[in-house]
Write a protein that binds this ligand. Structure first.
Ligand code: IPD
Ligand code: CA
Ligand code: CA
Length: 262
């Protein structure tokens, strides 16, 4: 087994373990707190999942850097391997008992997105991508949709937690897209939205003000399923996640035009 395969195997094991925690504690009486804003939630389960993953990576791969949303990882510039972890993507959904959330683990090798694993524990859907080797859903090869007509496209987006305060609120872009696409979804998990583009369930997705852990696995998934990812001007999708568009490729330029990035 080469090192990439070993990293993938470990990421799959840890995503399944964290997913099992989410499944077990779903709709139970867990503690919920707020973070950057009254609508930005974190639960005990987010922390439990992060601990499970970060402890295992630190123990089994002590030289690897770890960036984890709830802050328990330690990043190191120049690290050969970097784990970028969203222990529970879709926390608002989780807190409300809305069944759409996942674990997302993206891994960079020498700063390049190399492995992506996303696990939806309720549907038992495991998405994996390896750079240059394609993307799969429960072992089946993924391929983006072939839709070329924006009027027939299903597009997703999301809104940042500063929506009550920031004028950069994505509402104008939402209004433009909803009038031109077949339909639009805001389903509360950016990592799953990206996987759905990879799987051809969605034709496109965009969001602003995401974070590295929201997109580290999902962007690779879309690229490896034959789609296109970028910032809103058509440049490389930033690792920070601050501005991300993803599509089946055919609709990409139209999506960017409607979003007003070019
Ligand atoms: C959030 C989700 C949501 C997106 C937010 C993210 P979290 O992540 O991915 O869909 O719209 O911008 O912050 O807080 O549930 O991990
Ligand atoms: Ca997230
Ligand atoms: Ca999260």
């Amino acid at each position: 087994m080469n090192e990439t395969e070993a990293v993938l195997d470990l990421a799959v094991q840890l995503a399944r373990e964290a997913g099992a925690i989410q499944r077990e504690r779903y709709e139970t009486n867990f503690e919920i707190r707020t973070k950057s804003a009254a609508i930005d939630l974190v639960t005990e389960v987010d922390h439990a999942c992060e601990k499970q993953i970060v402890d295992a990576v630190s123990k089994q791969r002590p030289d690897d850097a770890i960036v984890a949303e709830e802050g328990s990882g330690s990043d190191r510039e120049g690290a050969e391997w970097r784990w970028i972890i969203d222990p529970l993507d879709g926390t608002t959904n989780y807190a409300h008992g809305y069944p759409r959330f996942c674990v997302s683990i993206g891994i960079e090798h020498r700063d390049e997105r190399t492995v992506g694993v996303v696990y939806d524990p309720l549907l038992d859907e495991l998405y994996c991508a390896v750079r240059g080797d394609g993307a799969t859903l429960n072992g089946r090869k993924l391929q983006v949709s072939s839709e070329a007509d924006f009027g027939r496209a299903l597009i997703a987006t999301g809104f940042a937690y500063d929506i009550r305060k920031s004028p950069e609120d994505n509402i104008d872009r939402f209004a433009s897209v909803v009038k031109q696409a077949r339909a639009i979804r805001r389903d509360g998990s950016a990592a799953l939205d990206l996987c759905y583009v990879a799987a051809g369930r969605l034709d496109g997705f965009w969001e602003l003000k995401l974070h590295p852990w929201d997109v580290a696995a999902g962007l690779l998934m879309v690229d490896e399923a034959g789609g296109r990812t970028s910032d809103l001007s058509g440049g490389r999708a930033p690792r920070t996640g601050h501005e991300v568009a993803a599509s089946n490729g055919q609709l990409h330029d139209t999506l960017l035009e409607i979003l007003g990035g070019r």
